[in-house]
Design a protein around this ligand. Structure first.
Ligand code: ADP
Ligand code: MG
Length: 348
């Protein structure tokens, strides 16, 4: 109509902005774990504990403790600000990025839809120079000095207490736990150099030792039998190093669920790479089957665009065709170098 009503456009308040942003990255408990464990990895932790508490209804509490470099008291509060990060300064830094995080949104997002308690002490600071910050629904409830071990502990409670729509979409407790376990496993496979421990209601559910070898992480997560049956893959191009393991053709599965791919320490989902691995099997693999594979790729960071999606599980690769064909070649070569007739004899 011609009459001019009150102005309808207004800026959203910061709490609402953060809640909306949280919708992109905080989908379920497993996404909280992903973000917090990735922060621990980025902080140079050598050991990371994921401690989950659940009751009949669901996951009530998530605690992640690391022995990384921690934060100063000022940083502890700043870490909750949206777009506050220590990992990049400008967009160009994304071309050389080695950290898993860079968006500076995770802590702000999680604290917008839950109660978060952060206890941290920077490496080399005195024992009482720790800081404890509690934020609930974006509101700082507490910010004070505390005694704390070096490193960082983050506790998340009351997830989605103020976003009932999101809470309603949560699946059963066991489904959410399965996603959470999968998340920890995926990150542990991309970082065999870190000891991971997953505890649920006081019971250890998963553990890896610190090791330079990916194989040791596979042993810890999948057992010695699977690890023994795998074939090492190795390859090199001027801009990429390929490492990892693939299964013998006889070990194939009905879904790509058992293929884990990491690029520069970041666990990624990539149909093209799954395709390239399968192609390496040629006719050894029936049409609708997938191998078990743990592929560890080190690719020149300038060829990897990690800023594709807020969850950062997808990456865009430059020179993708060369990368894919090198992967196919490496897998084919690995399979060819092993006497596959042993498969028909039923393994070792
Ligand atoms: P991002 O990881 O993208 O930088 P986050 O919101 O996840 O954003 O974290 C914000 C900042 O808080 C990080 O850049 C880092 O400096 C600090 N931080 C978060 N978690 C930890 C941790 N476990 N140890 C040390 N510093 C941390
Ligand atoms: Mg982060």
């Amino acid at each position: 109509s011609a009459s001019h009503p009150e102005p309808r456009i207004h800026r959203l308040d910061p709490a609402t902005v953060n809640q909306i942003a949280a919708g992109e990255v905080v989908e379920r408990p497993a996404s909280v774990v992903k973000e917090l464990v990735e922060n621990a990895v980025d902080a140079g932790a050598t050991s990371i504990l994921v401690d989950v508490t659940s009751d009949m209804k669901g996951i009530t509490r998530i605690r992640i403790a690391d022995d990384g470099y921690g934060m100063t008291p000022e940083e502890a509060l700043l870490a909750f600000e949206p777009h506050a990060t220590s990992k990049i300064r400008e967009i160009g830094d994304l071309h050389v990025i080695r950290t898993l995080g860079f968006r500076g949104e995770a802590l702000a997002s999680i604290a917008a839809v839950a109660q978060v308690t952060l206890v941290t002490r920077a490496r080399g600071e005195g024992a009482i120079a720790g800081r404890r910050v509690v934020v609930r629904g974006g509101e700082v409830l507490e910010d004070r000095e505390t005694g704390a071990p070096e490193g960082t502990t983050v506790i998340v409670e009351d997830l989605f207490y103020n976003t009932p729509a999101r809470r309603k979409f949560l699946k059963s407790r066991n489904t959410e736990l399965a996603h959470l376990y999968g998340t920890v496993e995926t990150i542990a496979l991309a970082h065999s150099d870190i000891a991971f421990r997953l505890v649920q209601n006081g019971r250890e559910r998963m553990a890896t030792q610190r090791s330079a070898e990916l194989r040791d992480a596979i042993v810890g997560l999948h057992g010695i039998d699977l690890a023994r049956s795998l074939i090492p893959v190795a390859g090199r191009t001027p801009f990429m190093r390929i490492g990892g393991y693939v299964s013998r053709p006889a070990e194939s599965r009905g879904s790509p669920f058992h293929i884990s791919i990491s690029i520069n320490g970041r666990s990624v989902a990539s149909r093209p790479i799954v395709g390239a691995i399968r192609e390496g099997y040629g006719t050894l693999l029936p049409k609708d089957r997938y191998p078990v594979a743990f592929l560890d790729l080190d690719i020149d960071t300038s060829l990897v665009d990690v800023n594709v999606h807020p969850t950062k599980r997808e990456v865009r690769l430059s020179r993708e065709r060369e990368i894919l064909s090198a992967i196919t070649d490496a897998v084919a070569e690995a399979l060819g170098e092993r006497d596959l007739s042993r498969d028909e004899a039923g393994g070792e």
